[in-house]
Design a protein. Structure first.
Length: 94
């Protein structure tokens, strides 16, 4: 899957979530529970939950809020988004 800067992502329907400390607990309608740890994952999820977000806007939010290089933010963000897509937590809008 190729993710471009203007690739847009939205949370899948029916998700419930809670943020406790630096952990995100995501519940899918199927009953599956996923836990994502860390302040960066929390930032990304909040951006996604506020509506449609692009790869570029998510990367910008990470760089502005954390001491991380552009390359590291991009690599880690792509891996995290790919994981969320595979788990059917977010969908890639075409």
């Amino acid at each position: 899957m190729v993710l471009k800067d203007d690739s847009s992502f939205t949370p899948c329907e029916g998700l419930a979530w809670r943020c406790i400390d630096e952990e995100i607990f995501l519940y899918q309608p199927s009953g599956a529970l996923h836990i994502f740890e860390g302040a960066v994952a929390q930032q990304v999820w909040k951006e996604l939950d506020s509506g449609s977000a692009t790869l570029a806007s998510l990367r910008k939010a990470i760089i502005e809020n954390f001491d991380v290089s552009l390359e590291e933010a991009d690599t880690d963000l792509r891996a995290f988004l790919s994981q969320l897509i595979e788990l059917e937590i977010v969908s890639l809008q075409t």
